[in-house]
Structures are given as structure tokens and as C-alpha cells.
Design a protein around this ligand. Structure first.
Ligand SMILES: *Cc1c(COP(=O)(O)O)cnc(C)c1O
Length: 368
């Protein structure tokens, strides 16, 4: 054993994360580009000040009020009849998913997803010593249902992770896909990660609608994207009460600080305003998809606040060329493809101009 006594399978690994670079146009981590208004900032600040006066005490371990308000919100956003006992929250949906793996994964068990997908999933599996099984999506990034079902029946995973809309492709799953996998999973849980759920196109349903039909279905959401609150770190889920109760066994005591709870409650009071830009972002996204297609790019249909496009013989050169022009996007997923987050109209104009420059004038290396 060498020092520090790192687990063998972690030796040499780099921490996960997109580059945090200080450039004018940041379109790389799917944040909402609109900061909270002065009114919302003032209410959050006042709520946090009130919480600060009680910081000698531990926070509410069961998040009673927050879970009730999140249930109200979910019932107005695709769900119905969801009770506070069916809701759980943590520091970002990333922590929610880690807790799911801590409760339902572990040695001798497996977790399954379909690539290309969210790069954090295999890390939750690794960190909880859960075997990672990865299927593949079809060429158009949809799920090949018969093949997916076969894979589930073969491996019998205790957790299946399905982002919908998927990151990095933007692809939403049809309800039939979720139903098929919930049935194939048996007693395993099926986690539909709706981090981008609020951005779905008109006519794309939320998996929340299926909750009453499948007791093994978990739908996760986050305040990091549509809610424009990535810095606060608040993610949550809706599921059968038995699933919430199981997570309560593995969560750290007082995992969600009084400051975080106060911030999230204040933000939920202003949900209409914080979510007010979602329609603008959806419109901007649809325009971007059309524009990219008009320029001859291949573009995946998107139900999210980002667009996945290609294909480039040298995508790194395109990414670098954009960065040289002050526009940061994301190099992720299958070779040849790039992902760009939807920003303000000004940011999108800067992106379009930079992409035109890069693809018509060539990249910095070619110029050099
Ligand atoms: C951004 C994102 C999340 C959200 O993570 P938080 O921890 O809630 O900020 C979850 N899942 C996917 C697929 C994402 O892209």
C-alpha cells in the first residue's frame, strides 16, 4: 500500500468536471443564463438571515417544510397527488443519485445505463462499489427498446439510470420506454433523471405522470437548471414512500444545511419568476436547432436547454476555435459531436458568429 492509501481502482483518476474558464460567453454546463432579480435576491437574503439566527442548532433533518413545498411544485409541473413523504431532497440531484446507489447498489449488485449519457453515473457506481453495466443508445440516440429490455433481463440491475431529456444528446424518452423498463426491472428501481424536465417540448410528457403506475419508478429533478439556482445545490426526487424511507437510512445526518433549506424555500416562493425564462430558452433552443441544420450540421432533437450537434472531423479544433473567440462550449460524448448550452440572445449571437468564423475561416492551428 502506498500513501495516501487510496482504493486501488481510484489510483491515477482525475476528479470529474468541465473546465471552469473565465471567458465572456460560457455555454458549457447548461446553466440558466439569467441571474435572479433583485427582488428574489432580497427575499433569499432575508430568509438566509433568519436561518442564520438559528445556526447554533442543527437543521430540520427531515426537511419537512421543503418536501411539502417541493411536492406542491411537482404537482404543478407534470405530477399529481404526490405527497411530501414521496419527496426527498439533497445537495443537488447528484447527491440524490449517490444516495440511491448507496441504498440500492453495492457489492454484488449492478447499475445500468445507456451511452452516450451523463458521465457522473459510472462514478456513483464506482464510489458505491456497484458493478457498472452500460448499454448503447441507437444511432439517433433513442433507446432500442427490445435490446434495452434484453440487457435488463440479462443483468438484473438493482438501479437503472435514464436521463430524460438525456445529457448530452437532449433526447427525451417516450412513456412506453419507461413503462417497459419499469416492468423489466422487477424489484430494481428505475431512475428517470429529469434534470432538464422543465425544458421539454410541448407534447413531451414528464415521467411524473407514470409514478402512480410503477412503485419502482424514481423521478429526479433539480433546481440547478430551469430554476436558475445551480449555485444553491438543491436536487430532489419523487418516488414511492418506501424508496424515500430507504434513502433516509443512508443519508448523512443533517445533510441539507439550514441555509440551503432557507434558500430553496425562498426560491420556491418565486418559482413563477425563476422559471419565467424557460419559455424564452425553449424558443431560443428551437431557433438554434433550425439554424444549425440550415448550415448543414447534424443536430439531435432537443428537449433540453442545450443542443448536441456535429459532426466534425476534428471537434477539438472547433471547440478550441470557439474558445479562442471567447465562447466556451462542451466537448463530450461520441467523437465528432459538440454540446452547446442555450444562453441569452446576445450569447447565442456570439456563438453563431464564432461558429461561422471557425467553420469558414478554419481553426487557429490551420491558420498558424
Ligand atoms: C446538470 C445535471 C444534473 C443536475 O445536477 P445537480 O447536482 O442537481 O446540479 C443531473 N443530471 C444530469 C443528467 C445533469 O445534466
Amino acid at each position: 500500500m502506498t500513501f495516501p492509501p487510496l482504493r486501488e481502482e481510484l489510483v491515477g483518476l482525475e476528479p470529474y468536471g468541465a473546465p471552469q474558464l473565465d471567458v465572456p460567453v460560457q455555454l458549457n454546463v447548461n446553466e440558466n443564463p439569467y441571474p435572479p432579480s433583485t427582488e428574489v435576491v432580497a427575499d433569499i437574503a432575508a430568509s438566509v438571515a433568519a436561518a442564520a439566527a438559528t445556526l447554533n442548532r442543527y437543521p430540520d433533518r427531515e426537511l419537512v417544510e421543503l418536501r411539502a413545498r417541493l411536492a406542491d411544485y411537482l404537482n404543478s409541473s407534470g405530477g399529481s397527488g404526490i405527497t411530501p413523504a414521496q419527496v426527498w431532497a439533497a445537495n443537488g440531484s447528484n447527491e440524490v443519485m449517490l444516495q440511491l446507489l448507496q441504498a440500492f447498489g453495492g457489492p454484488g449488485r449492478s447499475a445500468l445505463s445507456f451511452a452516450p449519457t451523463y458521465a457522473m453515473y459510472p462514478e456513483y457506481a464506482r464510489d458505491t462499489m456497484t458493478t457498472w453495466v452500460q448499454g448503447r443508445r441507437a444511432e439517433d440516440f433513442s433507446l432500442d427498446l427490445p435490446a434495452a429490455r434484453e440487457l435488463v433481463l440479462e443483468h438484473r440491475p438493482s438501479v437503472i439510470l435514464l436521463p430524460s431529456p438525456n445529457n448530452p444528446t437532449g433526447t427525451a424518452l417516450p412513456p412506453e420506454a419507461i413503462t417497459t423498463l419499469c416492468e423489466a426491472a422487477g424489484d430494481g428501481v428505475v431512475v428517470v433523471d429529469e434534470a432538464y424536465g422543465e425544458f421539454r417540448r410541448t407534447g413531451t410528457p414528464s415521467a411524473l405522470e407514470l409514478l402512480p403506475r410503477h412503485r419502482n419508478l424514481v423521478v429526479t429533478r433539480t433546481m440547478s437548471k430551469a430554476f436558475a439556482l445551480a449555485g444553491a445545490r438543491l436536487g430532489y426526487l419523487a418516488a414511492d414512500t418506501a424508496i424515500c424511507d430507504a434513502i433516509r437510512v443512508v443519508r448523512l445526518p443533517y445533510h441539507l444545511s439550514a441555509v440551503t433549506q432557507a434558500t430553496a424555500l425562498a426560491a420556491l416562493r418565486h418559482a413563477d419568476e425563476l422559471l419565467g425564462r424557460v419559455d424564452d430558452l425553449r424558443r431560443e433552443r428551437d431557433e438554434l436547432v433550425d439554424w444549425l441544420r440550415g448550415r448543414g450540421h447534424e443536430v439531435a432533437d432537443s428537449d433540453a436547454n442545450f443542443v448536441y450537434f456535429g459532426r466534425f472531423a476534428d471537434r477539438h479544433a472547433v471547440w478550441q476555435g470557439l474558445l479562442d473567440r471567447g465562447v466556451l462550449i462542451r466537448e463530450v460524448g461520441p467523437d465528432g459531436w459538440l454540446r452547446v448550452s442555450v444562453g441569452t440572445p446576445d450569447e447565442m449571437a456570439a456563438f453563431r458568429q464564432a461558429l461561422v468564423d471557425v467553420t469558414t475561416q478554419g481553426t487557429s492551428e490551420e491558420q498558424a
